[in-house]
Design a protein around this ligand. Structure first.
Ligand SMILES: Cc1cc2nc3c(=O)[nH]c(=O)nc-3n(C[C@H](O)[C@H](O)[C@H](O)COP(=O)(O)OP(=O)(O)OC[C@H]3O[C@@H](n4cnc5c(N)ncnc54)[C@H](O)[C@@H]3O)c2cc1C
Length: 156
C-alpha cells in the first residue's frame, strides 16, 4: 500500500501459499486490494531476470502436497523494476527452561514467562495480535507487574 501511495503504478503481492494461510488479516488484505494492490496466491519466486537491475520476476505456481508446498509445473513472469522480499522472523535459540508455544515465548496475562524474573511481550510473546499498540500495552502491563513484585505485593 505504501508503494502505491508513493506512486508505483502496479503493485503485486505474491504469496506462496493459499489466501487463508496469509498472515495478513482479511481486513488488511481488503485494505490493500482497495488501494490497488493485486494479491496473487499459490505462487513462489524462482528467478529474477534482468541485466544488472530487475526487469522481470519468474514465479512457479504452487499447491499444498502431501509432503508440503510443491510446484505445479506452471510458471509465469511479472514485469518489475523493484522487488521487495518479505523475510519473516523466527525465534532462534532461547535459554533453557523458557517455555515456548507456537514458536513464541509463552507468557501469562501479566507477561510472565516460565522463568522467574523474565517477562516478555510484543511480537516475540504469545497472546498478542502483532500490533504496535498491543506490544506497548504488554510492555506497560509487564512493567506494572515487575514493579508490584519488586515492591513485595502478592500477585501470585
Ligand atoms: C511491514 C510491517 C508493517 C506493520 N504495520 C503495522 C501497523 O500498521 N500497525 C501496527 O500496529 N503494527 C504494525 N506492524 C507490527 C508492528 O511493527 C509490531 O507488532 C511491533 O513493532 C512489535 O513491537 P516489538 O517491540 O514486540 O518488536 P520489534 O518492534 O520487532 O522490536 C524488537 C527489537 O529487538 C531488537 N532485537 C532483536 N533481537 C535482538 C537481540 N538478540 N539483541 C538485542 N536486540 C534485539 C530488534 O532489532 C528490534 O529493534 C507491522 C509490521 C511489519 C513488519
Amino acid at each position: 500500500m505504501q508503494a502505491r501511495h508513493l506512486g508505483a503504478q502496479n503493485v503485486t503481492i505474491v504469496y506462496r501459499r493459499g489466501q487463508s494461510r496469509m498472515g495478513a488479516s482479511s481486513h488488511e488484505q481488503d485494505h490493500a486490494t482497495r488501494a490497488g494492490v493485486r494479491i496473487i496466491c499459490n505462487a513462489m519466486p524462482v528467478a529474477v531476470h534482468g541485466n544488472g537491475a530487475v526487469r522481470e520476476v519468474e514465479f512457479a505456481h504452487t499447491r499444498e502436497g502431501a509432503s508440503g508446498l510443491e510446484e505445479t509445473g506452471e510458471r509465469f513472469r511479472l514485469a518489475a523494476d523493484q522487488l521487495f522480499r518479505a523475510i519473516g522472523q523466527r525465534l532462534s535459540g532461547h535459554p533453557e527452561g523458557l517455555a515456548l508455544s507456537g514458536g513464541k515465548i509463552a507468557v501469562d496475562d501479566k507477561g510472565r514467562s516460565s522463568l522467574a524474573g523474565v517477562w516478555a511481550g510484543g511480537d516475540c510473546a504469545t497472546g498478542g495480535d502483532d500490533l504496535t499498540v498491543t506490544a506497548v500495552a504488554e510492555g506497560r502491563d509487564a512493567a506494572e507487574d515487575i514493579h508490584a513484585q519488586l515492591m513485595g505485593a502478592d500477585h501470585g
